[in-house]
Design a binder for this molecule. Structure first.
Ligand code: TYM
Length: 329
């Protein structure tokens, strides 16, 4: 079985973009690949976050992974900070990277362009930690939304750099980006991605939102005044976003949805998408509550940490030998 790895950071509440761009795909791959899916909690502290909130987000994220359909018997689910080798290899990757590479990373560029103050050194170097997260496990594929592709590409460069400098050590991974929904947009500002840090709550649908409130957000989604239902990302981004959401959650092709709506209005489409989202969240949240009540999370994380540590510790030992840290036999 080929190996696949991905992670999500517990910075805020999980939203529909995370589900459609990432988790849904993890679930679809779990039977064919050996999967490692983790909670990137070390990445969550690149911006200030209260311990209480981080703890809650982490518990929610693991419960949502399982509620969304990841089966802990098939997938290794673990907490990044439980596997010490992430921080260890993260430092090695930081020393292998150049300042210029980090300065070109979109997230850092966006924050500094907005003139945000208090950008931490951790936020600047976090792509190095992300490279370590991946390379410890030698995955062939890394399924991510489009916004993370740049980081997987950096990871490829760092893997090749290390292999060239010290000898073959890491598998060079490939990003895997879904065709539909690699970027879900804000419902209020449909040229911007749906994001955990979005200020307007009407733009984002959280997976733990009240389903009726989520339906309202779809009904009030920003569209356009052209009045024709078709998929045109450039001129009708709001509509394209609704079609993407509907297609991703039901499996119906976008073309087929568009054909069904010939001659009909936006209101009808919004009603259908709103209902789809309502049903999806209602079902997901029932499963989420079941996972929480079952008390299974501790055991899942314990087992996951053991399996992940076994692989990661072997890899970091190899790296330490190659770079000259190990002096005993
Ligand atoms: P994060 O937590 O921001 O996002 C988690 C996953 O969700 C995808 N995603 C989206 N997809 C579609 N539309 C959107 N609006 C949207 N918003 C987010 C992201 O592309 C991602 O796949 N640095 C990573 C976490 C990470 C990681 C890793 C991922 C740390 N180490 C190693 C893969 C491998 C992050 O901040 O993702």
């Amino acid at each position: 079985m080929e190996r696949m790895l991905s992670g999500i950071k517990p910075t805020g509440r999980l939203h529909l973009g995370n589900y459609i761009g990432a988790i849904r795909n993890f679930v679809s791959y779990q039977d064919e690949y050996e999967m490692f899916i983790f909670i990137a909690n070390e990445h969550a502290i690149t911006v200030p976050i209260e311990a209480k909130e981080l703890r809650q987000n982490t518990k929610d994220l693991i419960a949502l992974y399982i509620a969304c359909g990841l089966d802990p018997k098939k997938v290794t689910l673990f907490l990044q900070s439980d596997v010490v080798a992430h921080a260890q290899l993260g430092w090695v990757m930081t020393c292998l990277s150049y300042m210029g590479e980090m300065q070109r990373m979109t997230q850092y560029k966006d924050k500094t362009a907005k003139g945000e103050t208090g950008v931490t050194a951790g936020l600047f170097t976090y792509p190095c930690l992300m490279a370590a997260d991946i390379l410890l496990y030698d995955p062939k594929y890394v399924p991510v939304g489009i916004d993370q592709k740049q980081h997987v590409e950096l990871t490829r460069n760092l893997a090749e750099r290390f292999n060239n400098r010290y000898s073959d050590t890491f598998t060079v991974p490939q990003p895997l980006v879904t065709k539909v929904g690699a970027k879900v947009y804000s419902l209020q500002n449909p040229t911007k991605k749906m994001s955990k840090s979005e200020e307007n709550p009407k733009g984002t649908i959280d997976l733990l939102d009240d389903p009726a409130a989520a339906r309202k957000k779809i009904m009030s989604a920003v569209t356009d005044s052209l009045g024709v239902i078709r998929y045109d990302q450039e001129n009708q981004p709001g509509l394209a976003n609704l079609l993407t959401i509907q297609s991703a959650l039901t499996g119906e092709e976008i073309d087929s949805i568009v054909a069904r709506y010939e001659g009909k209005g936006y209101g009808e489409l919004k009603k259908e998408v709103g209902q789809t989202v309502f049903d999806f969240l209602t079902d997901l949240q029932a499963k989420y509550r079941h996972v929480i009540e079952s008390g299974m999370i501790d055991e899942v994380l314990k087992e996951g940490a053991q399996k992940a540590s076994y692989i990661a510790n072997k890899k970091i030992a190899k790296v330490y030998r190659k770079i000259g840290f190990t002096v005993t036999k």
